[in-house]
Design a protein around this ligand. Structure first.
Ligand code: GDP
Ligand code: CA
Length: 310
């Protein structure tokens, strides 16, 4: 078993590649997903990162955007707009059905893990997708305009505010969902996807017990840098790191993971950081890490499995 820690779009790129090649290696994937971005819209429980990963592994994701369902329409949201509702968070009609189902099942007493597994199975996902916790954890961004829930900062305001701090509300009381710790401890290899190190991976690491499990697991832990040449491919990770006083580089991300990291995959553009990361006691592998085509995704996934000896 290979266990992956994942946020949304960045993680999904690698996971699509892994999905295509793990069979040949006789391996199964377990994906532990960030839920700090979860938000309620129109009374519905929306789990953006779980949905991105589920739609990607089900082969129905809208490829250009990296989120939502391919070919989806927005009639429901249009009508909500006519009713005067805020519609800055784009929810497609088919996507909306997923949120209705999730909310309905949660009200029935199901856990988020159970609903996530049900949706994945019904959409034909062959891998295990587990939310990091069934307990609510809410990522809030402290900005000069005040403390903003993550989606308000990220989507409504376009990540334009200066980041003063990031708070994971509820993380101290959150319990890892069933299977989270077990899948890390029992993994032959762990992959930290190229996701935002603060608000995707950082949130998962803030769940009590996860970091310890990563330190303890006998499987090797590998991470792919989401920072290439001192900047993000997409998203606000670089600005967030700067705001938090973290070096904005592939080495800065390695610093956040070094207590549990065995292997670090960095982009060829960052080759000069090799020694700096090696001095943290981490093995470094340098390759092209930008995933544009399916071939790029499969190649990087293959490299990861080889580095893990799988
Ligand atoms: P989100 O939850 O949808 O914001 O996505 P993630 O947290 O999973 O991923 C965001 C991170 O993925 C950003 O820091 C990007 O720089 C990184 N990323 C996106 N695409 C790529 C890629 O092709 N290669 C690498 N190395 N990083 C990527
Ligand atoms: Ca996210």
């Amino acid at each position: 078993m290979i266990t992956c820690l994942a946020g949304g779009v960045g993680a999904a790129r690698l996971l699509e590649g892994l999905d295509k090649i793990v069979d040949e290696h006789g391996e199964e994937l377990t994906v532990i997903v960030n839920t700090g971005d979860d938000e309620e819209f129109f009374g519905l429980h929306v789990s953006p990162d779980i949905d991105i990963i589920t739609y990607t592994l089900a082969g129905i994701v809208e490829r250009e955007r990296g989120w939502g369902i391919r070919g989806d329409t927005f009639a429901c949201l249009d009508m909500l707009a006519r009713l005067g509702c805020e519609t800055w968070f784009k929810l497609g009609d088919r996507d909306m059905a997923i949120h209705i189902y999730r909310t309905w099942r949660l009200r029935d007493g199901a856990t988020l893990s159970q609903v996530t597994a049900e949706i994945a199975a019904k959409l034909g996902v062959r891998h295990k997708i587990i939310p990091m916790s069934d307990d609510p954890v809410k990522t809030h961004i402290k900005t000069p305009a005040g403390l903003l829930p993550f989606q308000r900062y990220f989507v409504e305001r376009g990540a334009s505010d200066e980041v003063l701090d990031v708070v994971y509300v509820g993380s101290d009381r959150a319990r890892p969902a069933s299977g989270v710790i077990e899948s890390i401890l029992g993994a032959e290899g762990v992959i930290i996807c190229p996701s935002n190190p603060i608000v995707s991976i950082g949130t998962i690491l803030a769940v009590p017990g996860v970091r310890e499990a990563l330190r303890k697991t006998s499987g090797k832990v590998l991470a792919i840098s989401p920072i290439i040449g001192g900047a993000t491919v997409k998203g606000p990770a670089d600005r967030m790191m700067r705001g938090l006083g973290i070096e904005v580089s592939a080495a800065g991300v390695a610093e956040l993971y070094k207590d549990f990291l065995n292997i670090y995959v960095m982009d060829a553009q960052d080759a000069e950081l090799r020694e700096k990361v090696q001095s943290m006691g981490v093995d470094v592998h340098i390759t092209n890490t930008l995933m544009r085509s399916l071939e790029d995704k499969k190649r990087l996934a293959q490299t990861c499995l080889e580095l893990l000896g799988l």
